[in-house]
Ligand binder design. Structure first.
Ligand SMILES: [Zn+2]
Length: 191
């Protein structure tokens, strides 16, 4: 996958290069934040983050996405890593459908039951673009920041030398506890 643009982006988490890659929709390209001094000869710290507007931008406490994003950016800034930001909001169902799922959750469903009630799979995300972006950047050995064993498997199957999983634990609140419990109990997340 070819990058569309690359330019320096200093942030509160450190200096990065910001790069975009086609998602098939030119208004919402996938994004990579790449530390300018990544050492590709060693395992690279990588976070693959799927967009969550409510968590990433508004600090929602219904999930742990914002916390995970900021922790991951801190670590990628400190350890010369790469953060890939995939534009698959709401585990791939889009913002409006995610908010409809929130309505159903207000009536007692969990995050998976709500997605299924709306006619979606529990998880519509794909990590195929992340694989293509990592290959295009020249990353082949990975230390993956994740609690999600499916993501680790997806990278191993794609042929990367995934050397280790680095856990990423956000804060737990009363308001995101049900969500985190569902991730633990129904999605196999190691949190
Ligand atoms: Zn979220």
């Amino acid at each position: 996958m070819g990058e569309l643009v690359s330019t320096p982006l200093p942030t509160q988490f450190g200096d990065f290069l910001i790069k975009t890659f086609s998602s098939g929709n030119e208004d919402i390209p996938h994004v990579a934040l790449v530390h300018p001094e990544v050492d590709f000869s060693k395992p690279v710290l990588v976070r693959i983050h799927s967009e969550c507007l409510t968590g990433d931008v508004f600090g929602s406490r219904k999930c742990d996405c914002g916390d995970q994003l900021h922790l991951a950016l801190n670590q990628c800034g400190a350890e010369k890593g790469v953060l890939i930001y995939l534009r698959q909001e709401g585990r791939g169902i889009g913002l409006t459908n995610k908010l409809k799922a929130y309505q159903l959750q207000e009536q007692g469903m969990d995050t998976i039951e709500a997605n299924v009630a709306l006619g979606f799979d529990a998880d519509m995300r794909t990590f195929v673009p992340a694989v293509a972006i990592l290959q295009s950047l020249g990353v082949d050995k990975i230390k993956l920041l994740t609690n999600n064993p499916i993501k680790l498997e997806a990278l191993k199957e794609a042929g990367f030398l995934t050397v280790e999983r680095v856990p990423l634990i956000g804060e737990e609140f009363d308001s995101n506890r049900n969500y985190l419990n569902t991730k633990r109990e129904k999605m196999g997340h190691q949190i």
